[in-house]
Design a binder for this molecule. Sequence first.
Ligand code: PA5
Ligand code: NI
Length: 199
Amino acid sequence: MPEETLRPFTFDIIRAENVILNTYDNHIKRSLSAMRNQYHDEKAYEALLNQQDYMLYEVYEVKRPEIAGELLQGISIVHPGKVGDEFFMTKGHFHSELDTAEVYYCLQGEGLMVMETPEGEWAVEKLIPEKVLYVPPRWAHRSVNTSRNEDLVTFFVYPGNAGHDYGSIEKQGFRKLVVEREGEVQVIDNPRWLPPEAR
Ligand code: PA5
Ligand code: NI
């Protein structure tokens, strides 16, 4: 075995009051100010931001080289809350290397994964504890926390060479939005979304 060969390693998911990894290399925090133009109710966004730059979600990453053959892993924690009637969510992205997939395993909370292809096909899958979600190659993905009071915690694994492409999502968002209306979680059309041929 060559000297530089990496030895197998383990890490623990600690299910304390806040779920965390016992070892990680990177802790990403995204607050409201990093989500400008992502929520459909712009007035509600500005009003909430005036109150406080609330923390929306956090990611703990285990670093590996960003090359094909490696796998990147970590946990994502979306806090509960809403901007207007729209639930807190991640930015969402395509993988820069479009033909790469991702696996999510839900550890805690309840939410939805909103997904779509570059052609505009869409899908929404429920995330609840012990649910495993396979996001196939080519599908953009965004985690949405639909709980009133609990964090949505997922473990994820994706190829080292995948990369994150936020471009088109930042411009017009996903085709579907997740809102609370009449006390219910609803998946509605995003009025800003245009089909690929109309962009
Ligand atoms: O690669 C993934 O899908 C996750 O690690 C996400 O990056 C994480 O959930 C945060 O979402 P986003 O990168 O869209 O802000
Ligand atoms: Ni991804």
